[in-house]
Design a protein around this ligand. Structure first.
Ligand code: ZN
Length: 139
């Protein structure tokens, strides 16, 4: 491998699992103290307070709605707390979206948009992905 390669290809990998929670304070001790996962600071996004916990190379993101009328607030209203989405980091976000489009996968974001921590993201519709909301990111 060439160490000076500015964009080494790493392959698609699990970046984080988004979990909708009613209260960060109530569930954080389970992940932090009981399971011993270190907390990583994350920005709030999309009307949610977010706490991150390191799980190997991936992160568990706990998403607590700041307002009821937010995507996470509506999700909890409808389905209760639970796994909200999976996020995969890919080497080429545009290229991956293009392959999704060509494969007939329904895109929520037609083009990458700016997510938290300045990362480009795009969501795929769960109707095309066996009921799982999939987020793609690139880093
Ligand atoms: Zn996410």
């Amino acid at each position: 491998m060439n160490a000076s390669d500015p964009s080494p290809r790493r392959g698609t990998r699990l970046a984080h699992i988004g979990v909708a929670v009613a209260s960060l304070e109530a569930i954080l001790p389970f992940y932090r103290e009981v399971l011993g996962m270190p907390e990583v600071p994350l920005d709030d996004a999309d009307g949610a307070r977010i706490a991150g916990l390191q799980a190997g190379d991936a992160v568990v993101e706990l998403l607590e709605p700041k307002v009821a009328d937010s995507p996470i607030g509506k999700f909890i209203d409808k389905r209760g707390p639970g796994i909200h989405h999976l996020c995969f980091a890919v080497d080429d976000l545009e290229g991956t979206l293009e392959r999704c489009r060509a494969a007939g996968i329904r895109l929520i974001d037609e083009r990458p948009r700016m997510g938290a921590e300045g990362k480009r993201i795009a969501f795929l519709h769960p109707a095309s992905t066996a009921g799982v909301l999939v987020e793609l990111t690139e880093y």
